[in-house]
Write a protein that binds this ligand. Structure first.
Ligand code: GDP
Length: 229
């Protein structure tokens, strides 16, 4: 559809789109708290949008890029050390939740079990969890662990949005192919999951990701964050 031509005699105020709310709120992200044990989780409040992914996939960079903050999420150089769920308040209207990564090579079973208890418990039971952004490296998406995570999300009925990040490392042609293949695979694994290319380095895919987050917040039952327009 072609956009309507501007008409000087009938100037309308711009409609507030879902992305507007999110762009505004994302840039206001502020650290709220960290949780090491599911029992420490705060009482459910505003909609939570959780980010999760295989270690090194680019999750921290994506959070920092989307919020416009250099070091909001710590870009980790020490794999598997801390297993914390970090909450960032989006202007008191939603939470961005940074879940610990998975798939670190050589982590002891005890650490893996803690991750499964913490993240698995959060995904399965958290009342205020509106959607999960799954971060994957566009060069090797949908690893066996990514697939298992998507099964958890499907079983828990959590809407998922996949960021295929580091897309700058692929040619335009290769990234188009990767996106099409991921879309087809996701349609089988967990229908309804949305997927996009993203690059923190080149700052591409930001609007699409912000829109997906805004839509998930708005669609969350009982969300007080409905865009007024
Ligand atoms: P995390 O473990 O998933 O939080 O991953 P990080 O955000 O710490 O990123 C892992 C590594 O990938 C770091 O060296 C980042 O600088 C790099 N990285 C992250 N995102 C991108 C991206 O979009 N493009 C490129 N080229 N490198 C990235």
């Amino acid at each position: 559809m072609k956009p309507a031509k501007p008409n000087a005699s009938r100037i309308e105020k711009p409609r507030k789109k879902d992305g507007d709310f999110t762009a505004l709120a994302l840039s206001k992200a502020a650290y709220a708290m960290s949780v090491h044990d599911p029992r420490e989780l705060p009482a459910p409040g505003p909609a939570e949008i959780a980010f999760v992914g295989r270690s090194n996939a680019g999750k921290s960079s994506a959070i920092n890029t989307l919020t416009g903050r250099r070091r909001l999420a710590y870009v980790s150089k020490t794999p598997g050390r801390t297993q914390l769920i970090n909450f960032f308040s989006l202007d008191g209207r939603a939470f961005l939740v940074d879940l610990p990564g998975y798939g670190y090579a050589g982590v002891p079973g005890e650490v893996r079990r803690h991750w499964e208890g913490l993240v698995g418990g959060y995904i399965a039971t958290r009342e205020s969890l509106a959607a999960v952004v799954v971060v994957m490296d566009a060069r090797h998406p949908l690893t066996p662990l990514d697939r298992r995570l998507l099964e958890w999300l499907r079983d828990a009925g959590r809407p998922a949005h996949v960021l295929l990040t580091k897309a700058d490392k692929l040619s335009r042609e290769a990234s188009t192919k990767v996106l099409a293949k991921a879309r087809a695979d996701l349609a089988r694994l967990y229908p309804g999951t949305t997927v996009q290319l993203f690059s923190s380095s080149k700052r591409t895919g930001l609007d699409e990701a912000a829109r997906a987050i805004g839509t998930a917040v708005d669609a969350f039952p009982g969300s007080k964050n409905k865009s007024p327009g």
